[in-house]
Design a binder for this molecule. Structure first.
Ligand code: RNT
Ligand code: ZN
Length: 413
């Protein structure tokens, strides 16, 4: 036995897993890294404070203050996370010489990101930003009773779809345009149907412009509640699940956007029986939609298992969505991104056929016993081999690089 990897390879071969095939396949699964971990969702408009019922807490020094810093930090992250990635942008990360309002954004305002993506060999995803803006001051956007406000946000969403299609075309990688709105009420509303009717009509108009699916796919993200809008959320799960089923778009499930005992892992197979694809925002909700850094916990593993078991590595569009301002932001990105891929690897190293057989034969004892044993297979050795082959640090060696980066770069900001 030469190396730990070779030993691991033999262990997995005994349960019918070809680690070589797994390593090759894993490298190709795209994980979309959210740009907003780098600056607590400030963006480059230099204007409003974060609104929309979401919140980044903490003020760890060194956050990115401009496009150059954010791009440098993302490049640092990319050097430490193995596998194929996309970068997920928000409209507020447009790079403009003079202020351009969100309904007037154009592809040229994202040219620098396209250059960045080409240089780093990553795809790009996009999100319209329907918060942190004067037009969203009362927390309502696409469902606003005022036609003028709705118009502004409809035009913004249309502009961002155009930009998304431009990303897809320029990069040859399909762009995911995700619509999430903060709309809701703090107090129990007198009308629940009206706002949802207005949101439905707004989405119909936004999505009426057709783009080549090779370039752009649209997703809609639901939520259960936000800070200050505890009583009612216009874009609820039922609303968007039905909307997506009847219209030309996909559901995006954020695992912080459901009741605490409701699991997104369990929703994946149900969604896939009725839709070609489903998108995810992988996060870690703690007591609420707190967007903690993704750790290698049971639900992450369960999400990854469903993706693998449903043979849906190309059907589940994986994106990350968390923002912790209380720790080194580069480390936060690296930890969550590596964990997402570790969970995929963990899931790909399980003999799902055997386990399913146990279930179908009613052998729940063996199903439980084997699942517990597989947790102690030499998974870490396969992970380290994966990191090595993909030119990224093995084990915990990335952490010293983050410390160095903090000393040399972040602490000087
Ligand atoms: C908010 C949603 C949404 C945002 C980002 C910034 O609860 O999860 O996805 O986190 O768009
Ligand atoms: Zn989200």
């Amino acid at each position: 036995m030469n190396t730990r990897y070779e030993y691991a390879k033999e262990c997995y071969a005994k349960i019918g897993i070809d680690t070589e095939a797994v390593l090759n396949k894993l490298a190709e699964v795209p994980v979309s890294i959210h740009c907003w971990q780098g600056d607590d969702i400030d963006g480059f408009e230099n204007s409003a404070v974060l609104s929309g019922g979401i919140m980044a807490t903490g003020n760890y020094p060194g956050k990115a203050r401009n496009p150059e810093e954010l791009m440098a930090d993302i490049e640092k992250v990319l050097s430490m996370v193995p596998g194929k990635h996309k970068i997920n942008l928000h409209a507020i990360y447009a790079i403009t010489d003079t202020p351009v309002d969100r309904d007037k954004l154009e592809p040229k305002h994202f040219e620098k990101w396209v250059e960045f993506a080409k240089k780093n060999n990553v795809g790009l995803d996009i999100n319209p930003t329907l918060f942190s803006h004067a037009m969203a001051a009362d927390g309502l956007t696409l469902s606003h009773p005022d036609e003028k406000v709705r118009r502004f946000w409809i035009d913004h969403c249309k502009a961002m779809r155009e930009i998304g299609a431009y990303f897809g075309k320029e990069l040859g990688v399909t762009c995911v345009n995700n619509i999430w709105i903060p709309d809701g009420y703090k107090e129990i509303p007198a009308d629940r149907m009206g706002p949802r009717q207005r949101l439905k009509d707004a989405l119909d108009e936004i999505l009426s412009v057709k783009y080549d699916k090779e370039y752009l796919v649209d997703t809609v993200e639901s939520k259960v509640f936000g800070i200050g809008v505890e009583a009612y959320t216009v874009g609820s799960h039922e609303f968007y699940m039905n909307y997506a089923a009847k219209n030309d778009c996909l559901c995006l499930l954020d695992n912080g956007h459901y009741h605490p005992t409701e699991m997104v892992s369990d929703k994946i197979p149900s969604m896939l029986l009725f839709a070609d694809k489903v998108a995810l925002h992988v996060t870690r909700p703690m007591r609420w939609d707190s967007d903690h850094v993704v750790i290698f916990d049971d639900e992450l593993k369960e999400i990854a298992k469903e993706i693998v078991r449903c043979d849906a590595l190309d059907k589940v569009l994986i994106g990350l969505d968390y923002f912790d301002a209380s720790i080194n932001r580069v480390a936060a990105w690296v930890v969550g991104t590596r964990n997402m891929r570790k969970a995929l690897l963990f899931a790909m190293l399980l003999p799902h056929g055997e386990l399913k057989k146990c279930q179908d034969e009613g052998n729940y004892t063996k199903m439980l016993a084997m699942n517990e044993e597989y947790k102690f297979y030499p998974f870490a050795d396969v992970w380290n081999e994966f990191c090595k082959r993909n030119g990224t640090p093995e084990g915990d060696s990335w952490y010293a690089q983050v410390e160095e980066y903090e000393k040399e770069v972040l602490s000087k900001r």
